[in-house]
Ligand binder design. Structure first.
Ligand code: UDP
Length: 325
């Protein structure tokens, strides 16, 4: 049985659905602080628990016969991490330590976990590969790098099998429109652009227009959440079978500027999207593009979804959610 920690969240819930479709037995552990119970697939078992509580973890692992872990549970807002680092060190670092210690107690030795391109910091060269120096520029990125390092040390000392997957910009939704990106507050570009297209906002503010890029706005590498789900499953199989721990990028290898996102969203939705160019947001590098060549070599993984699929699937999800909520 696979335990998906944070399986009621955005990427977690898509991975749970994907695992179920592959015939896996899944249990979700989530405190529902940011997740949504209705996003958890009906065939997955659900346990409401908090990683801050060793006793929740104890009850959980006594109740379910878990063979491996996929760990998504973390806070992921850069700006908030600068204002409230305590929250990030506690939730991302200390709680992961609890999870690792519980794994040891219950003789579970396989873990795939969500890392991020934010562990690289400002790119020294593009596209970013896995050997790029890791010099994060905000507390969020630092907590994720420390989680990688902590897991490495546990792996070396206690023989864990581990995979750290460094995502670039996760986006898109399951094509059914039943689950998708649902954050409160929402801070990510694509959902905000679509909320503007849907008349839920008057305008989207575009942070920075004087970057050294083709149109002056930032460039990001968007990767579909179902491609992420597929990569987690492959990574889990790989580390379960091979005597090797892995750290891999999950990226499309192509970048789009913020204005290109708006233009593509206008085409797909058929709506005009009001935007305003404003000051830069602190801590935003001009360009982030990842290389996933190593991931392809190692896992045979290749992203299936392009930008138009990402925006179309996200639009389906948002319009459906607005009808229901
Ligand atoms: N962005 C923006 N307006 C917003 C939210 C985001 O211009 O309201 C920009 C942000 O500055 C960055 C890009 O969109 O250039 C992607 O930001 P997002 O927060 O979606 O992801 P990040 O790259 O920070 O992980």
């Amino acid at each position: 049985m696979i335990a998906v920690i944070g399986g009621a969240g955005y990427i977690g819930s898509h991975t749970v659905k994907y695992l179920i479709e592959q015939g896996e037995e899944v249990v979700v552990f989530d405190n529902l602080s940011n997740g949504h119970l209705e996003m958890v697939h009906e065939q997955a078992a659900f346990f409401q628990g908090d990683l801050a509580s060793m006793s929740d973890l104890e009850t959980f692992f006594n109740q379910y016969k878990v063979d491996s872990i996929i760990h998504f549970a973390a806070f992921a807002y850069v700006g908030e991490s600068v204002e409230h680092p305590a929250k990030y060190y506690r939730n991302n670092m200390a709680n992961t330590l609890n999870l690792l210690d519980s794994m040891l107690l219950h003789h579970i030795n396989t873990i795939v976990f969500s890392s991020t391109c934010a562990t690289y910091g400002n790119p020294l060269e593009l596209p970013i590969t896995e050997v790029h120096p890791q010099q994060p520029i905000n507390p969020y990125g630092r907590t994720k790098l420390m989680m990688e390092q902590m897991i490495d040390d546990y792996a070396a000392a206690y023989g864990l099998r581990t995979a750290a997957l460094r995502y670039f910009n996760a986006a898109g939704a399951d094509p059914t429109g039943h689950i998708g990106e649902w954050h409160d507050p929402e801070t990510h570009l694509i959902p905000l652009v679509l909320e503007t297209a849907g008349g839920r906002r008057n305008e989207i503010l575009i942070f920075g227009h004087d970057f050294d890029t083709k149109d002056g706005t930032c460039i990001r590498d968007y990767i579909h959440v179902l491609d992420l789900a597929d990569a987690h499953y492959r990574a889990l199989q790989y580390i379960s079978e091979k005597e090797r721990n892995i750290k891999l990028n999950l990226a499309n290898g192509a970048g789009y500027s913020n204005l290109e996102i708006i233009q593509t969203a206008e085409k797909i939705t058929g709506r005009t999207i009001n935007y305003r160019l404003v000051e830069r947001r602190p801590g935003d590098p001009a360009v982030l593009i990842g290389s996933a060549l190593e991931t392809k070599k190692c896992l045979g993984w290749e992203p299936k979804y392009k930008l138009a699929d990402i925006i179309q699937s996200a639009w389906n999800w948002h319009t459906k959610k607005w009808e229901e909520h």
